[in-house]
Design a protein. Sequence first.
Length: 220
Amino acid sequence: MELRLIKEKIPKELYDILEKEITDLRPSQEKSIKKGLLDGKNLLVCTPTASGKTLIAELAALKSIIEKKGKVIYIVPLKALASEKYRDFRRRYEKVAKIALSIGDIDSSDPYLADYDLIVTTSEKLDSLTRHHAAWLSNISVVVVDEIHLLNDTERGPTLEILLTILKQLLKNVQIIGLSATIGNAEELAEWLNADLVVDEWRPVKLHKGVYLEGKIEFD
């Protein structure tokens, strides 16, 4: 699918940014759009690394922000990844959205975040913000969960599961987008999220499997 085919479905400001870097959408991005990404539908996207999952989230997030529907929360598992996403989002979108990074003091409600549109954070920090009853939480319109398969992680999983449960109850019309390169119970998780499942195997570089033995690799 060519980017120009969704020109009428996204804000002009967003299209003008994307067309400088993108001509064609990748298979998972096309599938997500056809399943309601730009219409506020919940999605669980399971595709390989570097297949374009982040742009799927960005399309929904920036559309919501530019159309004044509410804030966007982008949840990642690690502080380092949060910092990386924050830099990437600022580079591309700082002219159309106020972007914040919130990974610090878990004993603060960070009231300054009320002035920001897109907030990149970790599940632990967002859990703290909910427990501190940050007033701006009610203005969230889109929640993106990167590496959502970590719901099965013994350490981070329980916090993320409780957090998503609270957000679903608190925000009745929120759009939830889960992203994962690998997940074993995709159908079950999609049902729990009340989300459509997007699965695709396309990857930018073909993956070859083989066995390395005594200096030689024998491919399947």
